[in-house]
Design a protein around this ligand. Structure first.
Ligand code: SME
Length: 167
């Protein structure tokens, strides 16, 4: 396990790479593809990295989270209602949710039996939740405050991009 300062250096380095990547992305969709690839490649404990975007288009159905760009194994959770899962909790409250032991959280919707901990950060555009970035780890309590900053930084990058131009 890296020392605290090494971890900080690692996340700062990844943030710099993300800023470079963001400059070349011509759409939010491309930006999200690049973010999931970079986080999955560079952060050893980020074993599943994916975006869920909020679909409010159906007039007769409640808003639902829909799986977008992701890296890692296929998940059975392609669509998640806002009252379900850790994902639903983050989107409906507009707050980042960190779960150190998913098996102790009754909200948890299983994606892989290997997953031990999870972080979900909401994405805001024009002050409204429009989606979220979800990361699963095979390691318990994998997400500390530096991970939280990194994941929220990525979510904010996508939100800013969506404010400038649609996906
Ligand atoms: N675990 C999430 C579902 C999404 S998968 O992990 C990819 C949840 O509890 O909402």
């Amino acid at each position: 396990m890296p020392l605290a300062s090494e971890k900080l250096q690692q996340t700062e380095h990844v943030k710099k790479e993300l800023d470079t990547v963001a400059q070349s992305a011509i759409s939010a969709t491309e930006l999200m593809e690049k973010i999931v690839k970079l986080l999955h490649d560079r952060m050893p404990k980020y074993n599943w990295v994916g975006f869920y975007m909020l679909d409010k288009s159906s007039v007769d159905k409640a808003p639902t989270l829909v799986l977008g760009a992701f890296r890692g194994g296929m998940t059975p959770h392609i669509r998640i209602p806002l009252n379900k899962g850790i994902c639903g909790a983050a989107a409906s409250t507009g707050k980042t949710v960190v779960v150190d032991d998913v098996n102790k959280d009754p909200r948890y919707l299983a994606c892989s039996i290997e997953t031990k901990s999870e972080i979900v950060a909401p994405i805001f555009a024009h002050d409204e939740v429009v989606g979220e970035l979800d990361i699963d780890s095979h390691f318990p309590a994998a997400f500390d405050h530096e991970d939280r900053e990194l994941v929220e930084h990525c979510a904010a990058m996508v939100g800013k991009h969506l404010e400038k131009m649609p996906a």
